[in-house]
Design a protein. Sequence first.
Lengths: 688, 571
Amino acid sequence: MTSTVTVTATGAKKSRAQAFDSALLREAAGLAWRKFAPASAVKNPVMFVVLVGAVVTAVITAHRIGTGASFGFELASALILLFTVWFANFAEAIAEARGRGQAASLRSARRDLTARRLLDKNGNGKKETIAATDLRKGDRVLVQAGEYVPADGDITQGVATINESAVTGESAPVLREAGTDHSGVIGGTRVLTGDIEVTVSTDPGESFLDRMIGLVEGAKRQKTPNELALTVLLAALTLVFLIAVSSLPALAGFMDVQLDTTMLIALLVCLIPTTIGGLLPAIGIAGMNRALQANIIAKSGKAVEVAGDIDTLLLDKTGTITFGDRQATEFLPLNGIGEQRLALAAQLASLEDPTPEGKSVLRLAQELGYEKPAMPVDSQFILFSAQTRISGVQQADGSHCIKGAAEAVKRWAQQRQLPVSPVLDTLVNRVAQQGATPLVVADSQAVLGVIALSDVIKPGVAERFARLRALGVKTIMVTGDNPITAGAIAAEAGVDSFIAEALPEDKLELIRNEQTAGRLVAMVGDGTNDAPALAQADVGLAMNSGTQAARDAGNMVDLDSDPAKLLAVVEVGKQLLITRGALTTFSLANDVAKYFAIVPAVFAGALPAIAALDLMQLHSPQSAVLSALIFNALIIPALVPLALKGVKLRAQSAEQLLRNNMLVYGLGGVLLPFVAIKAIDLMLSLFL
Amino acid sequence: MIEILLLVLIPLLLAWPLGLYMTGIFSGKPHISDRLFLPLESALFRLSGINPARGMDWKSYGRAFLFSNLILGLLAFVLLLLQSWLPLNPDGIGPLSWDLALHTAVSFLTNTNQQHYSGQAQLSYFSQSIVLVTLQFVTPAMGLAICAAVLRGMNGGRNAETAQENEERDLGNYYVDLVRGVVRLLLPLAMVTALLLAAQGVPSTYDGAQKTAVLDATSEIKEQTIPLGPVAAMVAIKQLGTNGGGWYGPNSANPLENPTPVSNAIETMSIVLIPMAVVFMAGGLLRRRGFTLMSLAAMGLLSALCIGASIYSEQLPNAAFAGLAAEGPNLEGKEVRFGADASALWATLTTQTSSGSVNAMHDSLNPLAGLVTRAGMLVNAIWGGIGCGFVNFLVYVWITVFLAGLMIGRTPEIFGRKIETREITLLGALIVLPTLCILGLTAFTVAIPALTGNSNPGFHGIAQVFYEYTSAFANNGSGFEGLGDNTPWWNLSCVLVLLVGRYLPLVIPLMIAGSLARKRVAPVSSGSLRLENATFCLTLVTVILILNFLSFLPATVLGPIGEALELAQTE
């Protein structure tokens, strides 16, 4: 599970633990029988042929019982064929059951909720209490502190802190406010503080979650484009084998040989690509599940698949590459002033500072080993304001310790006739050029030095970009910072290029340009002004905390609102395709050995010359056929874990990936069945 | 051994400059050859009312291709039916039956040249040297035209720079491509080759058959009739144009059609020269030299394997000689003049390309070499027929790109253009087609033994029928021989296979190219599949082998493989 490395959601861990628990297996086993219904079976042409083969073999068995002929081989074949289909159904069922389980745990939160709906549009306060399931899109509801949000929607009035752990697994409360880019609320989450008015954004059964459940349920599931193309190819191959096997009785008839129908059916079933045919639906559903495990709700399977094709990732610097809040990373004292004095003044100026920057100054000092001073008695804290751009402390004796923007502090010092060393400007510029923000510290005696506030890059981001680059994905950082700052961060994070001083419209422009050059673009967004770009991007991942407009425009929603998730989505998409390709190759490669097991068996009795093809020296024609059939059936459940987890995605160039997969699944696919069929035959020979 | 190597390497070396020349004449840019040929071509276009400047999308291109074939086919059919009333018939040869005339017309129209007649005995000079030779010049140029159009499509067509997304692309002008292929490529090459062959003693005359006294005076026959005609001209284009239909029934095994070791060398090299040059042309038109190298490697590997197996097989004694004192290679059905090696080489190359001319009887090859000839025709893309062989090769490339594309985790794309459901559906039809035609008709025919006219029972009988349909579908035209094939059933069922085997494998790739051409092109990154490397090349070879192995193994087990095993046991 490399795709969810950065995913911290507890939901993911929970569902992984329950991947194969017994209740799930029981549910899937039952479901697998129900999938024998013709309407359901015919959707998978490969497995449908197997089912028809099973029925024909069963009829032959019944006929032989009726005529008193030996029927053990036919009965065994019929049963193995039946189980081959069942195993395929089971693979699909278990993938569905896991997906449903995950979705249901997300959805359970919103059952049995009631809502207070505002009755008329003028808002004169009349309201009624109804079941949450009766809410319609556009309804306005009131939610007070301690209540549950009855449905997905947008806050239209008020501000609230909300616990979203029921949905995202993240227990820290989040702030949501009307009219901001963080106005979205999810049904089933609890309002901790504040009263809000929410406008419902979906009709019942149409929420993102409902759509996601549709993607993992067999009945409603639409095949994704690549899956459809592969299904067509597999159907064509099935037809080829059907013709090849059907032509044999006539050819044998020319040589006055009667071929055994059961053996021909066995040959056909072994040749058609049952392994990939049986696992194909499960692979697709499992891809959606992996997205869901990462707390990403895709609006279509296609979106997840397309994610694997992404050429360019458009990433907001803030929140995706960096933590977003600037943190103190260095104290730079002026000449003649010790770091200790600077650190002390900086800490005094930050002791009661509620901003993240202020807190980070204290943290830095602590990390550097300075003791935290106590707040001087009778001192007064000066809060940062947009006008003064200074914060600090005024002590009882009237002396100050302050920190603030360079210009503001210089003006403050000049007003007090403190000397301002020209070295200050050098320091300030140097900090700015490194992509950091300089804060100048002063006390009543002197200007002391500079604190460097840096945008701290999230851990592991650079490695992930390197991985993506190996897979051919280009990363572009978008930021409002000036080019110097942006360049420094871009270099440190290892993105391929960046756009500085970007306006929201620039994103749309950039996406269009990339698309004109033939690239597929993915981006993350949360604000309403991101909506056009989200809609234009081939993969638009909207933050769940974002506005309704953004969520509508994107084709995926991230419940955790973690922009770095985009990287995981790309990997899920790639894994999906690789798994399909690898298992198709494996399935076809298997046929070589199956030929050498069955073809001699089919002809051995009548045409002794052909027995020379029996390279594997199998026990008897019957045991050879049964061994191949058993291998053919068992390989499906054996590969279910791989189908559900996906083939491991390594950060390699296309050529390396192809070479490895051809060696493992191509060459391995040729060799494995020789060994396995021989082994099964040895075991069977004990009983026959 | 050295001769064998030279006979393969010399055409490969000649194919290089020839391929560059072909790139030049099909690239649509002014070319040095314009000065010599443009006046003639312009006159032809003016006479026929064709506007050479008009670009065609895949639909117009395909329509023009099919239309020109329909007209030519009807004309050939009628002229063959009426041959006894037409001039140039000094030996007074009678009319053909309608089904034989139809089969012959279709067989030459499809560049197959499968012959259910014996040339010198059943066709007039007019039929051979006017009707058939015309088709032998025109049909390879048609295949080449389609190939050029498909290659242009893979680069987005000639209007790639100016066209909007989803706008139909200009794949060239079919008639210009056709005329250029004939006038600038086939006519000059055939002229040189015909002269060389005539110099070696191949007849070149419009005089009737010659009667001479036999050398052996003691023989019961006192007088021998030696059929003649403008043989050298036909043999030249027969070999160069992957046609294969010779003047005489025994084809190039006949001493008049292939008199000396030198003529044999010239004819052998002519088989593969243009098909090899097409590979160089492809890289030129795609502007990807690496693709040419990869294709050469894939085809060369398969070709070398087949030639090696074939020569090894014919070095073994004939199974009928088992236990006798006589040792040595299998010379049954071979000309002692050429020997086992040169015959095995010819048999391999003629079935890899869609030529089908023979200098030995394939019916008498040892089983392994017999299998190699079938493998060449079933794959039908190792060099292959002119144009159509490379188009078949591209079909394998597309299928491999689809599988390989999935395995690297991207929607499969070739040169940045995505292969999606529409393309895969069309490719699926191409995968099913050979099995359906060859196996379906083989099974049907052997199920009704009265139809087959086999000369052999058992494995060999099935092998004969399988070979005939394989040869027809591959538009190869070589005969396994030993079949009484001039019957309405054989003539008509082969007509069906010939038509399906020619037109669908050319028109469907044209459709795919038309659809690829319109697509948005993704730029190359380290994540995109590159075709120009050993990994892809080996994957491609594997896909080619596995696809054919899986499709045809059961049938070949009851045919040539069964026969081989049976012979092995009798030894």
